[in-house]
Design a protein around this ligand. Structure first.
Ligand code: MF3
Ligand code: CO
Length: 257
């Protein structure tokens, strides 16, 4: 059920992950008040072309949704995930979530980061910091012999321990030749349950954490997920391999989250 990657497959996933990390760092440098989310998408598209990669997201469309129309997801403030790039201009104090994936030689990499636009308030900073720490707490559990529930539980403990709520309608996932492979990786649940983790598994962990309630609403575009109370949401994601010497973060590069 859960695909184990060979060393040569993992080598290709490392390259895919490095491209994703490098491009996200590059895009992050473009984020400032006045830029539109469509401009960021076009910059991402140029990077994909220059590096001879393919987009993981463009044209993606399960569960009856219209095919995803961009190479990047740009979700602002109360938008949780899957925001579609457009003419919206970012402004000082916004929080932009960039979610990005590419295919290299048949293998996907997937990563997301929450980026402050200029100065953001203290409440927002606290949420972003806790979400990132929740992601790393999950990564730390990605060791042979642990169970998937140990990962989920570690993420939940950090996020809820800080007084935030964890989104339940979207989950992390296995990743490889497909963007989404088994298993689903919830950001909540009891430890000690679920499949055993093995060397060669590659998972995309992606906690989505809200300042207010956990509930989700989907906008009329069929994609954009927002919080039901319109309060701020935060999202961080890495693609991570389980190796014999512990977790290896494939989408982490110098300067990334
Ligand atoms: N990181 C998100 C996920 O794994 C990105 C999906 S965007 C989509 O679900 F366009 F592909 F839907
Ligand atoms: Co993902």
């Amino acid at each position: 059920m859960i695909q184990l990657k060979s060393e040569s497959e993992l080598e290709r996933m490392r390259v895919a992950g490095r491209h994703v990390g490098d491009i996200l760092v590059w895009l992050r440098g473009l984020v400032e008040p006045g830029i539109t989310t469509a401009e960021i998408d076009r910059a991402a598209q140029r990077q994909i072309e220059q590096r001879k990669l393919e987009s993981s997201f463009l044209g993606y469309g399960p569960r009856g949704a219209p095919p995803y129309p961009a190479v990047i997801c740009t979700s602002v403030n109360e938008e949780i995930v899957h925001g579609i790039p457009g003419s919206r201009e970012l402004k000082e104090g916004d929080v932009l979530k960039l979610d990005f994936g590419v295919i290299f030689e048949g293998f996907h990499g997937d990563s997301a980061v929450s980026i402050p636009v200029g100065a953001i308030d203290e409440k927002a900073r606290g949420l972003l910091d806790a979400t990132r720490r929740a992601l790393y707490a999950g990564i730390e559990q990605m060791r042979e012999g642990n169970r998937l529930g140990d990962v989920s539980s570690a993420i939940q403990c950090v996020a809820e321990g800080e007084g935030y709520s964890v989104v339940r309608d979207f989950v992390g996932h296995g990743i490889g030749r497909s963007l989404h492979e088994p298993p689903q990786v919830p950001n909540f649940g009891p430890p000690g349950r679920g499949p055993r983790l093995r060397v060669g598994m590659v998972l995309a962990l992606e906690p989505m954490v809200n300042l207010g309630e956990a509930g989700v609403e989907i906008l009329e575009d069929g994609w954009t997920a927002t919080t039901i109370d319109d309060k701020l949401s935060s999202h961080f994601e890495h693609t991570v391999a389980i190796t014999s010497h512990g977790p290896e973060i494939l989408t982490r590069v110098s300067g990334s989250h």
